[in-house]
Design a protein. Structure first.
Length: 100
């Protein structure tokens, strides 16, 4: 049995359901740009995630314990922006959100 990831499974399922349309989950090499519009939506979110993920990683390595949250590891506004980066819908302007 060949292992297939969830993206492959989703792509195959979508092709079965909608064979006449192009798959919405594009297959592309890691690091290849999708479009300027997508990058404009994603880039601010990645920047907001970076300090929280870095703090979790540093703490996990130092304590040999998996850290599931950045709460208490970074200032509250940094934690809040990282959480919003994960959960705010993509039809919202994430870069314009305030932590106030």
């Amino acid at each position: 049995q060949v292992f297939r990831g969830w993206r492959t499974f989703a792509r195959q399922k979508q092709k079965q359901q909608f064979p006449e349309t192009e798959c919405a989950l594009p297959h592309r090499p890691v690091g290849q740009r999708v479009s300027i519009e997508v990058d404009a939506d994603v880039a601010p979110r990645l920047l907001a995630l970076e300090p929280a993920l870095l703090a979790q990683h540093v703490q996990a390595v130092a304590s040999n314990t998996n850290m599931h949250t950045s709460r208490g590891l970074v200032p509250n506004d940094v934690h809040l922006r990282a959480n919003a980066a994960r959960h705010v819908a993509f039809n919202e302007n994430f870069a314009a959100l305030s932590t106030q």
